[in-house]
Design a protein around this ligand. Structure first.
Ligand code: T4K
Length: 409
């Protein structure tokens, strides 16, 4: 459903005293609901069956369908990607230090630190926002056991180069694929790279199971350990053969996941339509660069990401975010200020920023804009027009920002 109010091109920006362009908040990550009737029918089924969790039929069906879609041998659905990462990390026996990007969601590092493995932050490649492969090697020490890289925005890492370093230096390689369901790299779907990859199916993600995720691997022994660990280590009634936790996905989550999976082509089309509308609407605005998705690959277009070059735009990223929030566009600054600037990492590694200059610089320029089925092309047009107006009235916007900063001091 689209919000309706006058075209922002003809009105005063809300940050300068006008009325907000949108009567209701537009969120980044507003969940896609999919076919409600199919979902409700599935919920009725699971209630009739009285099978609500513990490797139920919907979880098994979802695992099989994801395995076929991604082209990977084993898929283990889990309650969320953070627990999925923790389990995969432990099942793969990572220890000591693991190299991760600083430009990712905090869960990537937390999944390591939670089990007393030290995340070592590597800088990003400003062209892709992914871990800079060339910088990885300088962080390898005798304690390093693995590289855990994130496919940021669903754009795959330099998988082959990372695999080459991992093989040469005797490290394991895993991927946080939270953003990358439905994306491909050199024609192969994300999910089958490295030792294991972990998807997120959180409500805000491309494929949504309310909360959820999946660990994918082609390694039989690892898959077996992950399955055991996801269910307390049980290998049958009364028989615990391994350390484990409760990482199980529930049936209601799998019902949502299946429904979401069935709508995936439509969802990609909607996200792509919005992405192209943003591209058109933002084209030519100085200092505003929308990130690209490779046209030769499959993309889910779940993230509409803009880099703001303050010198060229005449306004800063934070000015622009303030402008958008005033208009009820809840744009986000993912993944600012970088995981290394969050606790416990900023206290543990107070100097890590010295080797993270690209992360620091780029993270301060990023805005993520709303998309998905809750956002229509007219909404996109209005958002682009707000950005254009903000640039046009840069001086006033900057003064309004300064005034609001002073007022909050
Ligand atoms: N690795 C990476 C690279 C990740 O990005 C993530 C998650 C993970 C690992 C861990 O995956 P999970 O363990 O979550 O499966 C959100 C999501 O909560 C988080 O899942 C996601 N990344 C991250 C990028 O975004 P927040 O702190 O920004 O969430 P929040 O509550 O501010 O929600 C985002 C927006 O969505 C808000 O404007 C409100 C809106 N929203 C949210 C929910 C849950 C709705 O409109 N409806 C909803 O039901 O982290």
């Amino acid at each position: 459903m689209e919000n309706s109010s006058p075209n922002p091109g003809t009105r005063r920006l809300a940050v300068l005293g006008g009325a907000p362009a949108f009567p209701q908040i537009l969120h980044v990550g507003r969940p896609n609901i999919g076919d409600r009737d199919r979902l409700l029918a599935r919920i009725n089924d699971l209630l009739d069956r009285r099978w609500l969790s513990n490797n139920g039929p919907f979880v098994q069906e979802l695992e099989a369908r994801i395995a076929a879609y991604v082209g990977v041998k084993h898929v283990i659905c889990v309650c969320n990607a953070t627990i999925g990462l923790e389990i995969a990390i432990r099942a793969a026996d990572l220890r000591g230090e693991v190299i991760v990007p600083a430009y990712t969601f905090v869960a990537t590092a937390h999944a390591l630190q939670w089990q007393e493995i030290t995340p070592v932050f590597a800088d990003m490649d400003p062209a892709t926002h992914n871990i800079d492969t060339a910088r990885v090697e300088r962080h390898i020490t005798p304690r390093t056991t693995a590289i855990l890289a994130t496919h940021v925005w669903g754009r795959p890492c330099q998988v082959e180069a990372l695999a080459e370093i991992a093989a040469r230096r005797g490290l394991k390689l895993m991927f946080d694929a939270a953003h990358a369901f439905g994306c491909s790299h050199q024609g192969r779907m994300v999910g089958g790279f490295g030792l294991a990859e972990v998807f997120s199916f959180h409500a805000t993600k491309f494929l949504n199971s309310f909360e959820g995720g999946a660990i994918c691997t082609n390694d039989d022994a690892l898959a077996q350990r992950i399955r055991l660990m996801t269910n307390f280590g049980f290998a049958g009634f009364d028989n615990v053969v391994h350390i484990g936790t409760n990482g199980k996905m529930t049936e209601v989550c799998a019902a949502m996941g299946l429904t979401s999976l069935e709508g995936i082509d439509e969802l990609i089309a909607t996200n792509r339509r919005n992405y192209l509308a943003y591209r058109e609407g933002l084209a030519g605005l100085p200092g505003i660069a929308l990130i690209d998705y490779p046209q030769t690959e499959r993309n889910n277009y779940q993230y509409v990401v803009v880099e703001v070059d303050e010198a060229a735009a005449g306004v800063s990223r934070d000015d622009l975010v303030r402008v958008l929030h005033a208009e009820n566009v809840l744009a986000r600054k993912y993944f600012w200020p970088g995981v290394h600037r969050m606790e416990p990492y900023r206290s543990l590694f107070p100097h890590s920023h010295l080797l993270l200059q690209n992360t620091e610089r780029v993270a301060a320029t990023i805005i993520v804009l709303p998309t998905g089925t809750a956002v229509g092309p007219d909404d996109v047009g209005k958002i682009c027009s707000i950005v254009g107006q903000a640039l046009l009235h840069g001086r006033e916007v900057r003064l309004a920002s300064q005034a609001s900063t002073m007022a909050t001091r």
